[in-house]
Design a protein around this ligand. Structure first.
Ligand SMILES: Nc1nc2c(c(=O)[nH]1)N[C@H]1C(S)=C(S)[C@@H](COP(=O)(O)OP(=O)(O)OC[C@H]3O[C@@H](n4cnc5c(=O)[nH]c(N)nc54)[C@H](O)[C@@H]3O)O[C@H]1N2
Ligand SMILES: Nc1nc2c(c(=O)[nH]1)N[C@H]1C(S)=C(S)[C@@H](COP(=O)(O)OP(=O)(O)OC[C@H]3O[C@@H](n4cnc5c(=O)[nH]c(N)nc54)[C@H](O)[C@@H]3O)O[C@H]1N2
Ligand SMILES: [Mo]
Length: 809
């Protein structure tokens, strides 16, 4: 979230689209209720189904799954063509006036630089025009045909209300209602918030849907202000912590990145990430990359990371490709993986095309499952009748189960969607043989280290030199690990202006990332967490909910990254002179000498507005981007592409170009193309989602949850039920090109047929929670149906839109 849960109460307009917070985030959802009750907020839901969030909304509009860019692009077109934008904000805080290179082009759904063979773009032309001084050329009059404003206007001119109706199935007047409500916030005193989750991310164009929504928010001046923002409602309780700590395969902690295979040279690696400002006076905060990186390497490798060995740069793996889940299971299927550790992960249930995942697991030599429960993955090899129809004798994979604890059986911090690190304390002793994940990983580490020490092996240094200075080496405490993330001084830190002055004595905890250095005198395991455990103690354990201004920021409750800031880019809540746009809901303001108020200012306390430093401190240009310079896989402006299982078979926005039907840059392996379905065989649009009563695939092991939702079902609308002769309670078979499931039919008014490009399209709703382990009635894995294809940026699978056929059995 750019903002945070409590801040939702400050919104004037709320849109939940691509998520169902009332169902999946019922506690956080209360802030929507607060906004309605105390702020007269207008609350809208746009979803293929009239879901639980919609049932308490002021307004609901249906949409065909996978068509959100047409809807959001339609809002952009509406705001631009009616000139309903926050002019002062957009002119000063975005790239509206920047001029784009003249070799940039967009023709018939494809951008310049496309390589059809490789299905990737050469992104060179997707850039601003730079002057001789290295700064961006701009046209503040916005007349230049290649300024971002003009290009964007042109890009979205075909995204009309009529097109929205025919492509999304959303009635034109319903679409216009949503657009007008956003337009009502394109002024200084009003804000809209967007809450989203998987209904947007789990598409082959997921990341671009989010960008498109962020562009709507920027046009209205809704980023960096109270009650605004792009708010990702995250999933597992600590999944925010997972990405923060760099557990994705191409990441390092704190959103630093692993080098690629071509980056063998340390100076090149650092230079590419240490971005110089593209305009005068900008902070371009990634200029500090070397400080974050060197401090990380000191934290991991201690004395073994030295200036002479480039801070142990050679110890880092250099990626030859992106090792996301799709990639890994693809390699498994190709027989290229020997062993796999599934830690807190049930891939046969949670990854797309379960049948393929099962085949991959069966090709392993060994599989280790670290989990408190006996999961489907740990029993993938066992025959469970029609639910897992496999010949156990044919599977050679050796499976090891290592029982772990659950979060309540250890202490530590959980990072919420609000970026708040909140400490919790151990509530119970683990049962039986269970050990914490940390204890298991530590033991594994010691064994590997001992083996390498004894027998040697290819490049043993990174393992032998991994620093492990914990009081209990077999089970480092959560406290020690948290302190390590925060970081400390390894030598006396001297004042650069007066070297006789010691700013921080050796051994002390750092107060924040501002103290990090690139000369090996500081260590920090995750720079954005610097400040969470200082000399003053554990900031995450703080429990003072004082809120002097009433805005909800509670700066003394736990601790938020970065720097305890609660609303990111909060400088954008003030005009150029530093005066708050909205005097009723001030986050910060410039008082002539310093920034102050209800939040921690972006720019440090005393950087004067006169310096011209923009609020988007992480970009080298200091402003937000409408034009995603080189960033995204599919192009700098979000563009509609059809799902890979498309009910239309062509792209209704670019009908003349078959190459632009589905995302030209999505993750598709060569042998996957024939696993996509066609509408002639699978005429309905399937989508998968959650129920409040279950958490993924684990609560079916708990009796209380099993009682509330005992049996697998699918939801179909009344019209489709009638057409197929199905009544509520019938058993139905739902099939896709990948396989089939059987479940009880729930016939509902909540799903209505849609007219898409003149054709009737029905949605079929498929809750994800069932499987063949646990105390619910055994069920099929919903992912038996889903396609093995992912977003070109994140590789997130397209779980939310695929083609199915429904039959009565
Ligand atoms: N009780 C419970 N809570 C949970 C979880 C759980 O398993 N159980 N899981 C947690 C996790 S890990 C996560 S990631 C979150 C997920 O939170 P959500 O994303 O809110 O949950 P979902 O139910 O997967 O999907 C949300 C909605 O997206 C809609 N949708 C599908 N396709 C589209 C589309 O193309 N466009 C639009 N606009 N909407 C679409 C669906 O109809 C559904 O209403 O929930 C978390 N909370
Ligand atoms: N079709 C479809 N598929 C989806 C989705 C969808 O919407 N539709 N949603 C996707 C999303 S957002 C997510 S997050 C994934 C979730 O997919 P998974 O993460 O694979 O599934 P979970 O069942 O949430 O959790 C995996 C295991 O973690 C174990 N566990 C709990 N606590 C601990 C612990 O402290 N240590 C260890 N080692 N294990 C623990 C649980 O017992 C559980 O078996 O599913 C994805 N798959
Ligand atoms: Mo998730």
């Amino acid at each position: 979230m750019t903002n945070h849960w409590v801040d939702i109460k400050n919104a004037d307009v709320i849109l939940i689209m691509g998520g169902n917070a009332a169902e999946a985030h019922p506690c956080g959802f209360k802030w929507v209720t607060e906004a309605k009750a105390h702020n007269k907020a207008h609350f809208m839901v746009v979803d293929p189904r009239f879901n639980r969030s919609a049932s308490v909304a002021d307004f609901y509009a249906p949409i065909r799954s996978g068509s959100d860019i047409v809807f959001l692009g339609g809002i952009i077109n509406y705001l631009l063509s009616n000139d309903k934008i926050h002019h002062e904000y957009v002119h000063n805080y975005t790239d509206f006036s920047f001029i784009v290179r003249d070799d940039f082009a967009f023709v018939d759904g494809i951008f310049s630089g496309y390589n059809e063979e490789k299905r990737t773009y050469d992104k060179k032309s997707w850039d601003y025009e730079l002057g001789e001084d290295g700064y961006v050329l701009t046209d503040p009059t916005l007349q230049h045909p290649r300024c971002v404003y003009q290009l964007m206007k042109k890009h979205y001119e075909s995204y009309t209300p009529e097109k929205v109706e025919s492509v999304c199935g959303t009635p034109k007047e319903k679409f216009l209602h949503v657009a007008e409500k956003f337009a009502s916030t394109a002024v200084a005193g009003r804000a809209a918030t967007i809450l989203y989750a998987l209904g947007w991310t789990q598409h082959s164009i997921g990341a671009q849907i989010l960008r498109c929504a962020a562009m709507v928010q920027l046009l209205c001046g809704n980023i960096g202000v109270a009650g605004g923002g792009m708010n990702a409602l995250r999933g597992h309780s600590n999944i925010q912590g997972l990405t923060d700590l760099g557990l994705l395969s191409a990441s390092l902690p704190g959103y630093l990145t692993l080098p690629g295979e071509k980056e063998q040279d340390y100076q090149g690696y650092i230079a590419a990430r240490t971005q110089k400002p593209l305009r005068a006076g900008q902070m371009s905060y990634w200029q500090n990359y070397p400080k974050f990186h060197v401090s990380l390497m000191k934290s991991w490798f201690g004395a073994a990371a030295t200036a002479e060995n480039n801070w142990a740069y050679d110890y880092l793996p250099k990626l030859d490709k992106q090792y996301d889940m799709l990639q890994y299971f693809q390699l498994m299927n190709e027989g290229k993986v020997n062993g796999y550790i599934a830690q807190g992960f049930n891939p046969i249930a949670s990854l797309s095309n379960s049948g393929r995942v099962r085949d991959g697991l069966a090709k392993l030599k060994f599989l280790v499952v670290m989990d408190p429960l006996a999961t489907e993955t740990s029993e993938f090899w066992k025959n469970h009748g029609e639910f897992n129809d496999i010949d156990a004798a044919s599977v050679q994979t050796e499976v090891f189960r290592l029982p772990t604890t659950c979060f309540a059986e250890e202490e530590g911090a959980v990072v919420s969607s609000s970026r708040v690190l909140q400490w919790h304390w151990k509530a119970a002793e683990p049962p039986g043989e269970a050990r914490t994940d940390v204890a298991i990983m530590s033991a594994l580490h010691h064994r590997l280290k001992a083996l390498y020490a004894k027998e040697g092996g290819a490049f043993a240094d990174p393992i032998l030199n991994l620093d492990w200075k914990y009081a209990q080496p077999d089970h480092p405490s959560s406290e020690e690990i948290a302190k390590e993330y925060n970081g400390k001084a390894l030598a006396d830190l001297l004042d650069p202006k007066d070297p006789t002055k010691v700013l921080r004595p050796a051994g002390q905890q750092l107060s924040g990332f501002g103290e990090l250095r690139d000369d090996g005198t500081t260590a920090s395991g995750c720079w954005i967490y610097a400040g969470c455990w200082t000399q003053a103690g554990n900031q995450m354990g703080r429990r003072d909910n004082a809120d002097p201004t009433g805005i909800g920021n509670t700066l003394n409750w736990a601790w938020a990254w970065p720097a305890n800031r609660r609303v990111l880019y909060n400088r954008a809540s003030c005009d150029v002179q530093g005066k708050a746009f909205n005097p009723r809901r001030k986050l910060i303001e410039w008082n002539g000498k310093a920034w102050g108020g209800a939040d921690i200012p972006d720019m440090g306390a005393t950087l004067a507005p006169e310096t011209g430093a923009g609020p988007f401190i992480m970009t080298p240009e200091g402003v937000a981007r409408f034009f995603a310079r080189k960033g995204m896989a599919e192009g700098p402006f979000p563009t509609h592409y059809e799902p890979f299982d498309t009910p239309l078979g062509f792209n209704p926005m670019y009908p003349d170009n078959p190459k632009a039907t589905s995302s030209p840059a999505a993750r598709v392996f060569k042998n996957i193309w024939d696993t996509f379905g066609k509408a002639s065989e699978f005429p309905h649009v399937g989508t998968t989602y959650r129920l409040t009563e279950h958490f993924h695939y684990w609560t079916k092991h708990a009796l209380v949850n099993a009682i509330t939702q005992p049996e697998q079902f699918v939801e179909i609308g009344e019209a489709l039920a009638k057409e197929l002769g199905i009544v509520a309670g019938d058993k139905v078979k739902v099939s896709s090109k990948r396989g089939f499931i059987k479940a009880v039919a729930v016939v509902t008014k909540r799903i209505k047929p849609m007219k898409i490009e003149g054709k009737t399209v029905h949605h079929v709703g498929i809750p994800i929670h069932w499987g063949f382990k646990g105390v619910t009635k055994p069920g099929f894995l919903a992912n038996t149906l889903t396609p093995f294809v992912g977003d070109g940026n994140t590789n997130t699978p397209e779980f939310k839109t695929f083609l199915v056929k429904v039959e009565k059995v």
